[in-house]
Write a protein that binds this ligand. Structure first.
Ligand code: PEP
Ligand code: MN
Length: 333
């Protein structure tokens, strides 16, 4: 349920109303806009007398929110959420280009790729240290050493870093990581999501292989309901009957999510297509669809990559892509 307060309501009146609502065992989410204040009521609202609430002098309108996601809902928070990492902003008109290898493989590799993507205009460096691989015999990532090398690349280039967490036991290793990624395979690992909700780190939450947008938003809700509102959503392709591409990029997710939620939406055309030649056109399309950022895999030597070489761009290809994406961004504003 949401209560929109009248223009001119004082802080004291708002506090008074919030205290009364909380005394009914409801969580109250306050969204203070420029002109209006919106109170989002979470919990068992069946006991709230909607007529009584609506009759209060400071209350403009009351609406029941039928969607099961509340804190992620745009109705609760009409303004776009902007996530800040270092000097980089994501969302609300701020666009971030996230680039780097699928996996950290060595110090030389991550430093070389980090410098190259920075020179080509990347805002954030990606690199997997803990890799969720389909086969237990495949390269599983450099783990703690991978994070240490990513931090070296951050120090060398000044780029904020994003890397994936698979198990909450590894959380301490992520203390200096700027954005924690939850991969597609863990989108519904609710214990992991709740634990990440107790941190204040920005979380990039990838859509599961076969999950609906509502399920993605419910997973964001698991993080937000524990107190962490810094969530970035990522469309990375879903399973379909098509086999030519690794997944099917659901680009309509971008405008749909922008309508349903205030959280930023990033697109990963690398895992969506699985083929490097398809990454630039889909990145451009993602920018045109209004995405708040793009995450692409870039490798200094794709043919020898330990993971996902076929979908990795060279630094030169990434530089080209970035130019095109910037042109599209200028064209759509
Ligand atoms: C990744 O970004 O490294 C990754 C494993 O992606 P996804 O979880 O989307 O498969
Ligand atoms: Mn990958």
């Amino acid at each position: 349920m949401i209560a929109v307060l009248k223009h001119g309501t004082t802080q004291q009146q708002t506090d008074h109303l919030v205290a009364w609502l909380r005394s009914m065992n409801l969580d109250v989410h306050i969204s203070q806009g420029q002109d209006i204040t919106i109170l989002g009521l979470i919990g068992d609202t069946s006991r709230v007398d909607i007529d009584l609430l609506g009759s209060l002098e400071i209350v403009d309108t009351i609406k029941r929110v039928s969607e099961p996601f509340k804190q992620a809902n745009r109705k609760f928070h009409p303004e776009d959420t902007v996530i800040e990492v270092g000097n980089v902003k994501i969302g609300g008109g701020h666009f971030a280009m996230i680039a780097g290898p699928c996996s950290v493989e060595s110090e030389a590799q991550i430093i070389e790729v980090a410098a190259a993507v920075k020179a080509a205009g990347a805002d954030v460096l990606r690199g997997g240290a803990f890799k969720p691989r389909t086969s237990p015999y495949a390269f599983q990532g450099m783990k703690d050493e991978g994070i240490r090398l990513l931090l070296k690349a951050k120090e060398a280039t000044g780029l904020p870093i994003i890397t994936e967490i698979m198990n909450i036991r590894a959380l301490d290793l992520f203390a200096d990581v700027d954005i924690i990624q939850v991969g597609a395979r863990n989108m519904q690992n609710f214990d992991l999501l709740q634990e990440l909700g107790k941190t204040d780190k920005p979380i990039l939450l990838k859509r599961g292989l076969a999950n609906t947008l509502q399920e993605l938003l419910m997973s964001a809700e698991y993080i937000m309901s524990e107190g962490n509102e810094n969530v970035i959503l990522c469309e990375r392709g879903i399973r379909s009957f098509e086999t030519y591409t690794r997944n099917t990029l659901d680009l309509s997710a971008v405008p749909v999510l922008h309508e349903l939620t205030h959280l930023p939406v990033v697109v990963d055309p690398s895992h969506a297509t699985g083929k490097s030649k398809l990454v630039p056109p889909m990145a451009v399309a993602a920018a045109a669809s209004g995405a708040d950022g793009i995450m692409v895999e870039v490798h200094n030597d794709p043919a020898r990559a330990l993971c996902d070489g076929a979908q990795s761009l060279t630094p030169a290809q990434f530089a080209q892509l970035n130019k095109k994406v910037n042109l599209i961004r200028e064209a759509i504003v």
